[in-house]
Design a binder for this molecule. Structure first.
Ligand code: MG
Length: 268
């Protein structure tokens, strides 16, 4: 019975090319242009070591103890100073530092890394105010903008309904989180993010979109979500070519949201 057989059906032309480069002859002959099986080494002749990879050997990274950054991380904020950050409109970052956390000072504007980044693994801890003020988008709102334009929403979404693609863990106005993994206001929460930057050809045409995977407090909320363009408050986004590396920006939305233990690993 065909359905029960594990058969890889591949276009004959592709198989022939693979077979040629592998120095063996592919089986062929099906009338619809496909064949039923091809392998560089027949399975009955294969050895375990044929499929072992020894080179390259992955580099060694010492993982951090508890929530400490791993040994190859770029530390963006360790609780002591804002030396890795500037005000997003220029000048020194105007946020406060207290008890190992940096906190939005309403009206000071966003802060952004002085260094630009592309593909990253990113860790951040954030806390919305213990004293609940406002509702919906007005409660504990901030955000993490990768490449200054792709926002992962920060919001007090604990017992605070708003539009789903604008709550904590959303890619703002693009992807709602898979679940609401929010902790109560006043408690520290984590985001662990895999961000893949979009790619543009030299003429500015989009070659591949950006992607974001997010764990919120260890719970998957974005699974390789495709960015459709920069974050927009109003209207439908579309891509415009930009540099390969751009700063990461933390939003001043007028609420005193705090951040700590911010680090990333550059990928690729
Ligand atoms: Mg926001």
């Amino acid at each position: 019975m065909m359905a029960a057989r594990k058969v890889i059906r591949v276009k004959a032309a592709v198989v022939a090319l693979v077979a040629l480069s592998a120095g063996c002859v592919a089986e062929s002959g099906a009338e619809d242009g496909t064949i039923e099986r091809v392998a560089a080494t027949p399975q009955e002749e294969a050895r375990p070591e044929d499929t072992e990879v020894w080179d390259p050997e992955p580099g060694i990274v010492a993982p951090g103890e508890a929530s400490a950054p791993p040994s190859d991380a770029v530390v963006l904020f360790d609780g002591t100073d804002l030396s890795a950050w500037n005000a997003s409109d220029g000048g020194d970052a105007g946020w406060s530092i207290r008890e190992g956390a940096m906190t939005v000072v309403a009206g000071a504007g966003g802060v952004q890394t002085s260094q630009g980044f592309g593909d990253v693994q990113f860790h951040i801890e954030w806390r919305t105010p213990a004293e609940v003020v406002g509702e919906g988008q007005g409660r504990g709102n901030s955000g993490i903008f990768f490449m200054e334009r792709y926002e992962l929403q920060v919001l007090d979404s604990y017992d605070n309904r708003t539009y789903a693609n604008g709550q904590a863990g959303s890619i703002y106005k693009q992807h709602l989180p898979l679940v609401n993994a929010s902790r109560a206001p006043g408690t520290w929460q984590t985001y662990d993010v895999i961000f893949t930057a979009p790619r543009f050809a030299e003429d500015g045409v989009l070659e591949s979109p950006g992607y974001v995977t997010v764990l919120h407090n260890g719970v998957l909320v974005q699974n390789h979500a495709e960015l459709v363009g920069p974050t927009l408050f109003i209207g439908e986004p579309s891509y415009a070519a930009h540099a390969d590396r751009l700063p990461i920006l933390l939003q001043d939305h007028g609420n005193p949201v705090s951040y700590r233990n911010i680090w990333l690993r550059e990928l690729g």
